[in-house]
Design a protein around this ligand. Structure first.
Ligand code: PRX
Length: 663
């Protein structure tokens, strides 16, 4: 990627990047340390000495309607429960607490829309809007334990809807706005959602998509949905089914303004978030209230060194992913932070929009994904160079391994070699950051997420022997419960146990990632060891994409594997055999891409489709994906003698080579 680092071909710039790549450790600067809340190594040991006491202390930073005595109930592993005898309300902690402390006028979000319009939402605004929304939900019969689907774009109402659920003990199930309506219907159906909150239409890069009308076509597949609540957003006309569909603003005018936050059992389910696993059926990852909020509040404060009175924080994720849940909504709000929330894409209306917003709002903490950084590298440093980024004091990365070159570019071009970069490893399942530098304490090494944060115990395990690997490669495992851990997979305890806790027993969580550990105890995450592909930091299941492809009439079989990609980290390659007479050609490849896009969502579209007469199979008929993966990644092929027909491989190799040559 060296030639795209700087479009002017400035040798000095490239030489400076190369020089930074030689630096092994980046210590926090004196300037950063002087202002940082935590600068002392001893936090790690202190937490280690009494880790349950540590988490209890962090939990007590929140407001408890009734204090807890029990910290951890581990009587039935891996079904751990935290702070069970206390009472808490997540929405109270995120909103009311700040208003009652006299900070109601503090900005919670500087929201910016796609076309440059903006809204300023204070904590007092949230307090008013969340209560009304909660009363609307109650009016529709939603109560504790009910599931509310949320399919909304990045508008302030998405936060309000989530907090309204939290306020009354309902469980939200947010579906990322980029998913296809059929995925929304599927997720509503499997979670028994009672109400779906959506919009008339959503804007993306200057166009408007008719969301409600698209949802209408499939929502009958989810019979549990009794009401569709429509937030007016884009001024799109939409059909409304009488008795089922309601405009939010019309109902909001008819309900009470006040809805006190209910003291809830801390294990009340807060949300379900569907994520991809090894099979086509998405996993409903379930998080509860007290432990989750403890984890996200503590990590937002520590990992970003957040100071709510002075910082302006911006996480560029979408609320539809766990990063948005934890680090746009719950973590920042629990801390009373001021955030930027941006509806649009990083290149609309122009490729410098992020940096324009950093300058406009004086953003101090910026959290994004490596794929976005790589896109910025491609677009060139002239876009950030047009803006004053001197307000920034800390940068974060999440979602996929960050290659050292992207790390140093981020550090230099965006951070002005002044800001620590925190590479944060975590998952939908972990709820909150697990491995990351503490920016005022831990020296960073580009490409490494460094050490588990205080209170967390991570280790590497040899996949064959189960022995701990102190230095070298192994499976990443967490060998102690933590408050923000998932509690189960929605209505599927068995899959919860078998996916995460069966390999080394019910006290060792297997994360599904391979990693390396160096002599300093630093972790470098290599990537998934299961059939999950990480495209732009988004998890996709190979099985889910395959089953979408084979649903096409002309497809006989499909096998999907990842290949490395400069921008998106990994991309999807689909190997496809056809039925009937039609030959695989470019037109059919485009058709299949769109077919998958319509079934799952655009991000699941294969980057390449390779048509073939046969797939490599074992004698028992199992597709050997490992071989396809080696082919896609251009690696030497391992043993092919177990194949039913080894000649298939030569044919495929020729096809892959021909396609790569022509692209
Ligand atoms: O493979 C790891 C990768 O993303 C997976 C989790 O994906 P998801 O549940 O969608 O959550 C993404 C946002 C937290 C992990 O199993 N991953 C996440 N962060 C990193 C990472 N890989 C390397 N470095 C990271 N910092």
């Amino acid at each position: 990627m060296a030639d795209t680092l700087d479009p002017d071909g400035s040798t000095t710039f490239e030489a400076e990047i190369d020089a930074l790549l030689e630096v092994e450790r980046f210590e926090p600067s004196e300037e950063f340390r002087r202002a940082a809340s935590t600068t002392d190594e001893s936090v790690y040991e202190e937490a280690e000495r009494d880790w349950q006491g540590y988490w209890a202390r962090r939990a007590r930073e929140l407001h408890w309607h009734e204090p807890f005595q029990t910290v951890l109930d581990d009587a039935n592993p891996p079904f751990y429960r935290w702070f069970t005898d206390g009472r808490i309300n997540v929405s109270y902690n995120c909103v009311d607490r700040h208003v009652e402390a006299g900070d109601g006028e503090r900005v919670a979000y500087h929201w910016v829309g796609e076309e440059g319009e903006s809204r300023t939402i204070t904590y007092a605004d949230l307090h008013r809007d969340v209560q009304r929304f909660a009363n609307v939900l109650k009016g529709l019969g939603v109560g504790t334990g009910d599931v509310v689907g949320i399919f909304l774009p990045m508008i302030p109402e998405v936060v309000v809807a989530m907090l309204a659920c939290a306020r009354i003990g309902a469980t939200h199930n947010v579906v990322f706005g980029g998913f296809a309506p059929s995925s929304v219907a599927e997720r509503m159906e499997v979670s028994d959602a009672k109400v779906l909150v959506t919009v008339d239409g959503a804007r993306r890069k200057g166009r408007t998509a008719p969301v409600k009308a698209a949802v209408d076509e499939v929502i009958d597949r989810a019979p549990s949905v009794q009401h569709v609540l429509v937030v007016r957003n884009a001024g799109v006309d939409c059909p409304m089914a009488q008795g089922r569909d309601l405009f939010y603003d019309e109902v909001a005018g008819t309900v009470e303004a006040e809805c006190p936050a209910e003291p809830l059992d801390p294990e009340t389910p807060l949300f379900i978030l569907y994520s991809s696993g090894s099979t086509a059926k998405p996993k409903g990852i379930l998080h509860t209230s007290g432990g989750y909020l403890t984890g996200v509040a503590a990590t937002t404060k520590d990992v970003f060194d957040l100071k709510p009175e002075t910082d302006v924080y911006w996480c560029t994720a979408d609320v539809g992913w766990v990063t948005g849940h934890s680090y746009i909504v719950y973590g920042p709000l629990a801390n009373g932070a001021t955030s930027v929330m941006f509806e649009g894409a990083p290149d609309y209306p122009h490729k410098g929009i992020w940096w324009e917003l950093v300058e406009r709002f004086g953003v101090t903490i910026f959290y994004t994904a490596p794929t976005a950084i790589r896109a910025c590298i491609k677009w060139g440093p002239e876009h950030p160079a047009k803006h004053d980024l001197s307000s920034l004091r800390l940068l974060g990365s999440v979602g996929e391994p960050i290659n050292p070159k992207a790390w140093v570019w981020y550090y230099k071009v965006i951070g002005g070699e002044r800001c620590p970069v925190v590479d944060t490893w975590w998952q939908t399942e972990t709820g909150a950051v697990m491995i990351s530098p503490l920016p005022g304490v831990t020296a960073a090494k580009p490409g490494s997420a460094t050490r588990p944060i205080p209170g967390i115990s991570a280790k590497l395990v040899d996949p064959d022997t189960g022995q701990e690997v102190l230095e070298g490669e192994g499976l990443l495992a967490i060998d102690r419960p933590w408050p923000s851990m998932l509690r189960t997979l929605y209505q599927d305890d068995e899959r919860y146990v078998s996916t995460y806790w069966s390999r080394f027993g019910p006290r060792t969580y297997v994360a599904g990632d391979g990693a390396r550990r160096d002599a300093d105890g630093y972790f470098t995450i290599i990537g998934r060891i299961d059939d999950v592909i990480n495209v732009s930091g988004h998890r996709l299941s190979t099985a889910e994409v395959e089953s979408a492809i084979v649903a096409h009439d002309e497809v006989a079989e499909a096998a999907v594997v990842p290949e490395p990609h400069d921008l998106t980290g990994q991309a999807i390659v689909a190997f496809v055999t056809l039925t009937g007479q039609r030959q695989g050609d470019d037109a059919l490849a485009v058709e299949l891409r769109e077919f998958v896009g319509a079934r799952i969502g655009k991000l699941a579209r294969p980057g390449r489709v390779v048509f073939t007469d046969d797939l490599p199979k074992t004698r028992s008929g199992k597709i050997m994906r490992r071989l396809l993966r080696d082919l896609a990644e251009g690696r030497e092929l391992g043993d092919v003698t177990t194949l039913r027909d080894p000649s298939v491989v030569d044919d495929l190799r020729a096809r892959v080579a021909a396609q790569k040559a022509s692209s």
